[in-house]
Write a protein that binds this ligand. Structure first.
Ligand code: UDP
Ligand code: MG
Length: 318
């Protein structure tokens, strides 16, 4: 029988457990043709999430496994940890708050059996605020402008990945991660399906606008070097304008003499050039910071324990 893992990253999700358990029970009942593993990743929660995970593993060790990370690393790295410990032939990534409905799992499995390696679920009729929807839409359009690799709109981490995709993703060890970009980058046979996003059942959202901005910037910077190119183009355009202006000044001075005014023009040019330079340096700095972080070659995460075991955690990797 094929084994399928559901990966569930969690940060302070103790309130979500009743709903989660119900949903996973449904998965077991409705998909008896597969062996199931529910792999939870505790991303440094400060509430009783870890104790709840330990309880589930105690009650049903056949299905529930959990990784306890050494601190809060963020969802991207929590998923990276998950990829390393997945036992299944396929992996379905879901949010712990069950905003991703389990009803679409049979459809995902169907397309996987048809030979697709990455069955991604696209949000339909999102219940997020207008602001959040619009900003994410602009962001996707911006990102797509920069790259040849097609990016799926309104699509997050909710998807089924075949073992071949998991093995590919496991080799991508960068720490400044944007996993959404990686799914596209690795290629393989992709199939899109639709789902209705659910309301969060319990607990609160962990994403502040600051964290989202960070993720968005990371998405662009870790995915494309287009901003560096834009900095060069901006420099070129500014130099060209300056050159044309120079010719204009020479001609005008020769024709009408030099009345020694020009303070406003000098100020404007200086401020404009200064601003353009600062922007370009900032862009280079952003990339340099990423090179700096990656060049330390630190592991993305540390694991405190796997299923409560503290030693030989490394050996338990798939
Ligand atoms: N999450 C995580 N680490 C974090 C923040 C969030 O593992 O630092 C998990 C969280 O437990 C949930 C998923 O990422 O399973 C999505 O988070 P959330 O539901 O808060 O985000 P939203 O749905 O509001 O975008
Ligand atoms: Mg959520």
């Amino acid at each position: 029988m094929k084994k399928v893992t559901i990966l569930l990253p969690a940060y302070n999700e103790e309130a979500s457990f009743p709903v989660l358990e119900q949903c996973m029970k449904r998965v077991l009942e409705e998909n008896p043709g597969y062996e199931w593993e529910f792999l939870m990743v505790n991303d440094g929660s400060t509430d009783h999430t870890l104790q709840q995970m330990a309880r589930l593993h105690r009650e049903d060790a056949e299905h529930w496994n959990y990784i306890d990370l050494s601190r809060n690393y963020g969802k991207e790295l929590a998923m990276m940890a998950g990829f390393d410990y997945v036992k299944g032939d396929a992996l379905i990534i879901m949010d712990f708050d069950m905003q991703h409905p389990v009803d679409v799992i049979p459809e995902m499995l169907h397309w996987w059996e048809e030979g697709y390696d990455d069955v991604y679920a696209t949000r339909q009729g999102s219940k997020e605020s207008w602001m959040k929807r619009k900003t994410s839409q602009w962001y996707y359009n911006l990102l797509q402008m920069f790259t040849r690799v097609p990016i799926q709109k309104d699509t997050g981490d909710f998807r089924l990945l075949d073992r071949s995709c998991i093995d590919a993703l496991k080799q991508m060890r960068e720490v400044e991660r944007n996993t959404k970009g990686m799914y596209s980058w690795i290629g393989f046979r992709k199939k899109g399906i639709f789902y209705q996003q659910q309301e969060r059942q319990a607990g609160v959202s962990k994403w502040s606008y600051r964290a989202l901005l960070n993720l968005a910037l990371n998405g662009i910077m870790s995915y494309t070097t287009a901003p560096l190119r834009m900095a060069s183009v901006l420099g070129l355009v500014v130099s060209l304008c300056a050159f044309l202006y120079l010719i204009y000044i020479i001609i005008v001075t020769n024709l009408y003499g030099d009345p020694v005014a020009g303070y406003p023009t000098i100020m404007v040019t200086m401020l404009f050039l200064g601003g353009a330079q600062l922007i370009c340096i900032g862009v280079i700095g952003e990339y340099l910071a990423r090179v700096f972080n990656e060049s330390k070659r630190r592991p993305g995460y540390f694991v405190s324990s796997y299923n409560g075991e503290r030693g030989r955690v490394e050996e338990l990797k798939s």
